[in-house]
Design a protein around this ligand. Sequence first.
Ligand code: SF4
Ligand code: SF4
Length: 131
Amino acid sequence: MSGLGIMNEKVRKVIELSGEDFYACYQCGRCTSGCPAAPFMDIMPNQITKYLQLGMVDELLESNAIWVCFSCYNCVTWCPKGVDIGKLTEALRLLRLRENIDYVKIEELQPEVVGELPPIALVGGFRKLTA
Ligand code: SF4
Ligand code: SF4
């Protein structure tokens, strides 16, 4: 890790969970231009790295971007610095889930929908909402 930027406990946790060096990002924007989910995100992929560099993890935990990312890894193939934003969003989702806050709430689903869905779709939906 380059050590630039603002480090706090949550930033350290994202680094530990993802193994990614988001400090290497220099905001070229290629990840966002190649991301199929970007039109649905409230924080763009290149902004995710900037937020992390600035220590703004709470803002990311509140965003829909970490749930909309479907880990297609287009961004890492476009990134000249090899930053894998799919791993960052996965780490952020884990932090969020460890707070016991689910994006999909079973009590808000229609019973007939729950009955028709395969269990794996429900489990996947609780863990990650895809675009
Ligand atoms: S892994 Fe996520 S951020 Fe990266 S291109 Fe795919 S959807 Fe976008
Ligand atoms: S492609 Fe890589 S270096 Fe460029 S903005 Fe995205 S994460 Fe940063």
